[in-house]
Design a protein around this ligand. Structure first.
Ligand code: 23J
Ligand code: MN
Length: 264
């Protein structure tokens, strides 16, 4: 079929609601939770989101409303580029402006670990867990995102969402072997999570430290953090549109993440 007809079909499927658009993005606001790193290590802090009004149909600009905005690149629903980590620094096309744009439109597989994350906030997804999922839903095809559903985005307070203890954060993440498996054996574009970062709260104490960042970016793969509405996606069959801002040499950026989902 000629490509033009395929796009025409897609337009019709969207118009008729046969394919639905799902927003996987959190609203950016001053209260958007920010990753907390151990201060005693002297590790830097990322700025929270803020807006500064330039004018609002007033004497500063009679017919226009606009704001200055500021935040860290890794704020709210955001993209992690391979250049973000020391292990990914030598790759080519590894920053927000240079990544191949084909990665920004890709299928998504959604692995449900809601029960496990509820039972244990330090749950780490294992290779066996992924293989058991595949036995039920089919093999993860190359060039896809793997999304880690925990329903963590449904936490109603930042306190519960970040779940900080005296010893650091307690939020679900990855066993390092799973990160290797997904990048090497399943050739994923990257992984997406509902938590504040792609690594577990206990990431600083894992070996290697922050294994998802270390190994995914080391393999020139990407990340998506602070996603929501993963409960509206099928285990397989959704198409993700996730394009970071084209920041020159950027390590990541807030972005709007959309999923195209076949309506049952
Ligand atoms: C820097 C250091 C550790 C982590 C992170 C950033 C993120 O989660 C991030 O947003 O990339 S864990
Ligand atoms: Mn990040």
């Amino acid at each position: 079929m000629p490509a033009q007809n395929t796009i025409t079909d897609l337009i019709q499927l969207l118009a008729s609601g046969t394919i639905r658009v799902v927003d996987l993005t959190r609203t950016l606001e001053a209260e958007t939770p920010i990753l907390q790193l151990p201060e005693e290590m002297g590790w830097g802090k990322s700025l929270p989101f803020s807006l500064e009004e330039i004018s609002r149909y007033d004497d500063r600009g009679p017919a226009w409303y606009w704001n200055n905005l500021s935040c860290g690149e890794h704020t709210g629903t955001h993209f992690d580029a391979p250049i973000h980590w020391v292990t990914g620094q030598e790759h080519e096309h590894h920053a927000t402006d240079s990544l191949p744009i084909e990665k920004f439109v890709a299928p998504a597989f959604v692995i449900d670990a809601v029960a496990e994350a509820a039972a244990d906030p330090d749950f780490l997804m294992t290779v066996d867990f992924v293989k058991a999922w595949e036995a039920q839903h089919g093999k993860i095809t190359p060039g896809a995102w793997v999304l880690y559903r925990t329903d963590w985005s449904k936490k109603t307070s930042n306190e519960d969402y970040l779940n900080m203890g005296e010893d650091g954060g307690h939020t679900p993440g990855w066993d390092p072997e799973t990160v290797k498996f997904l990048s090497q054996e399943r050739d994923v574009i990257g992984v997406g999570v509902e938590t504040v970062g792609t690594d577990a709260g206990i990431g600083p104490t894992q070996e290697p430290m922050f294994p998802c960042h270390n190994l995914m970016h080391g393999a020139n793969r990407c990340g998506l953090a602070s996603l929501c509405n993963l409960d509206q996606l099928p285990p397989a069959g959704a198409l993700l549109i996730a394009a970071p801002l084209k920041i020159k040499n950027g390590s990541g950026s807030p972005l709007r993440v959309l999923a195209l989902v076949p309506e049952q």
